[in-house]
Design a protein around this ligand. Structure first.
Ligand SMILES: NC(=O)c1ccc[n+]([C@@H]2O[C@H](COP(=O)([O-])OP(=O)(O)OC[C@H]3O[C@@H](n4cnc5c(N)ncnc54)[C@H](O)[C@@H]3O)[C@@H](O)[C@H]2O)c1
Ligand SMILES: O=c1ccn([C@@H]2O[C@H](COP(=O)(O)OP(=O)(O)O[C@H]3O[C@H](CO)[C@@H](O)[C@H](O)[C@H]3O)[C@@H](O)[C@H]2O)c(=O)[nH]1
Length: 448
């Protein structure tokens, strides 16, 4: 099939590459000429495991191309995917300007039947707006061209995006005409292991499903983070509690990890956008409100622990930080909790020496205003002369580190672990003052 992807970011590039992998002919369009240049020079503008290989293979096979030429891109695909950003507006609602600009371009240049597929995360009712904008452009040209607008929200996770796209748990298609449903079924047939995994529904339910999924996952995390706060006080270990409740199949093990608060480009933005939709319709989403507030607070917890240990004035203190990206296997720094922690430590006068296996460049870009932040290229360089180590991202290479080296290089053996990577009893035996999130049992023992 001929497919056009509008917006060649995390979602657009992965979608385009993975669709070409099954033999489709894909053109990826972006307004960012630098990004397109990097791709046309054989580079990949983001870090995503396995993506480079898929892109290179399909570019070589002539099935995948990148362009800034709007007319060429619109002419190419029967399926026109919109995968542009939907960042938060000032009031928290999703800013639809990029989606509607993409739709306008489709209306401006289309000459034959198109299925316009909203893959960006967009509020309920956006498909109607997309349809109206396209119709308006066609009317300006006095053209009668048939088209459908379909909602096809994306559920991939960064760091596992290629795998998630190639082997999805489910594909949601919101459509109300048979022709577009047939095309969408044919496009996705190679990716689904059983036909039940392709869920066809009305457009509004599909749009809503995306926000419901992210809000449910964010709710689990905030709930666990709150329980972790209490676990510390009552002398329980949230890691044991997690296993204890996760073993109930009605609860399940996933997305129950307490930490430094959820970040990334989706959960914070989508939780707020859904609350905003609620407001518009006169529904106060109280649970979601609490989820967001709990998350704001959780981002301060690690710094509160540092202050409890070293005092409020951190002038002259130096902290090692492992991990900057909002999660492992990505270079994405959007809403990464490390940003809040670095900002708060710097405001209190501390110096931070950080290491991240892939996010260094992106971190330099978004944190250039923090003069007391240094980013180094290995773990040992962070530790030398530091007052304590803070762990912000659970990269694999941090899971079994050289504890002797950590002890030798730190001024005193103190670790604030925002990802609960280590066993508190072992850390105590090794002589560390080890403070995780919600590890209350260990705190009781340490006080004995
Ligand atoms: N990142 C994720 O993991 C993820 C997962 C699922 C859904 N989503 C949703 O998908 C959408 C895209 O997210 P992303 O992370 O890929 O964003 P991104 O910022 O990485 O990419 C968006 C791209 O769109 C381009 N763009 C903007 N306007 C354009 C236009 N008119 N024509 C062509 N290109 C244009 C930008 O230059 C940018 O390269 C958002 O709605 C997001 O919520 C993201
Ligand atoms: O038990 C957990 C699981 C995750 N997180 C945090 O939650 C955030 C989001 O993690 P994750 O969901 O793995 O990453 P994203 O790439 O943001 O993916 C989410 O957001 C995407 C964009 O909408 C969706 O497509 C995905 O399905 C959804 O998981 C990160 O800060 C994680 O550290 C926790 O704190 N505890």
């Amino acid at each position: 099939m001929k497919v056009t992807i509008i917006g060649t970011g995390y979602v657009g590039l992965v979608t385009g590459a993975c669709l070409s992998e099954m033999g489709n002919h894909v053109v990826c369009l972006d307004v960012d000429a630098k990004k397109i240049q990097v791709l046309n020079d054989g580079g990949i503008p983001i870090y995503e495991p396995g993506l480079k290989e898929v892109v290179q293979r399909n570019v070589s096979a002539g099935r995948l191309q990148f362009t800034t030429d709007v007319q060429l891109a619109v002419n190419h695909g029967t399926l026109q995917f919109i995968g542009v950003g939907t960042p938060p507006d000032e009031d928290g609602s999703a800013d639809l300007q990029y989606v509607l600009a993409a739709a306008r371009n489709i209306g401006r240049y289309m000459t034959d039947y198109k299925v316009v597929v909203d893959k960006s995360t967009v509020p309920v009712g956006t498909a109607d707006k997309v349809r109206a904008v396209i119709a308006e452009e066609l009317a300006k040209r006095d053209k009668q061209v048939d088209f459908a607008v379909v909602s096809n929200p994306e559920f991939l996770k960064e760091g596992a995006a290629v795998e998630d796209f190639m082997r999805p748990d489910r594909i949601v298609v919101g459509a109300d005409d048979e022709r577009s449903i047939l095309l969408m079924r044919a496009l996705y047939a190679p990716y689904i292991r059983s036909h039940e995994r392709l869920l066809v529904m009305d457009v509004r339910s599909a749009e809503f499903t995306k926000y419901a999924a992210n809000s449910m996952l964010a709710t689990r995390i905030s709930f666990m983070n709150e329980l972790a706060l209490l676990a510390e006080k009552v002398g329980a270990d949230i890691e044991l509690v997690r296993k204890g409740i996760g073993s109930d199949p009605r609860i399940g093990y996933q997305f129950l990890y307490a930490g430094t608060g959820y970040g990334g480009s989706c959960f914070p933005k989508d939780v707020n956008a859904l609350m905003r939709t609620g407001k518009e319709y006169g529904i106060d989403l109280k649970v979601l409100n609490a989820v967001d507030r709990a998350n704001q607070h959780q981002k301060t917890v690690l710094v509160e622990k540092v202050v409890a240990r070293f005092g409020a004035d951190l002038t002259g203190r130096r902290f090692a930080m492992w991990g900057l990206a909002f999660k492992p296997n990505t270079d994405d720094m959007r809403d990464a909790p490390s940003r809040d922690v670095i900002q708060a430590l710097a405001e209190r006068g501390a110096t931070i020496v950080a290491y991240d296996p892939v996010a260094a460049e992106e971190a330099h870009r978004v944190l250039s205003h923090v003069k007391s932040l240094q980013i180094v290229d290995n773990v040992a360089a962070t530790l030398e002369g530091a007052d304590a180590l803070l762990i912000l991202t659970e990269w694999r290479e941090f899971k079994s580190p050289d504890f002797d080296q950590i002890k030798r290089l730190l001024k005193q053996p103190v670790i604030f672990d925002g990802r609960n990577l280590y066993e508190p009893a072992l850390m105590r035996d090794l002589g560390f003052d080890y403070r995780g999130i919600g590890r209350g049992t260990a705190q009781l023992k340490a006080a004995e």
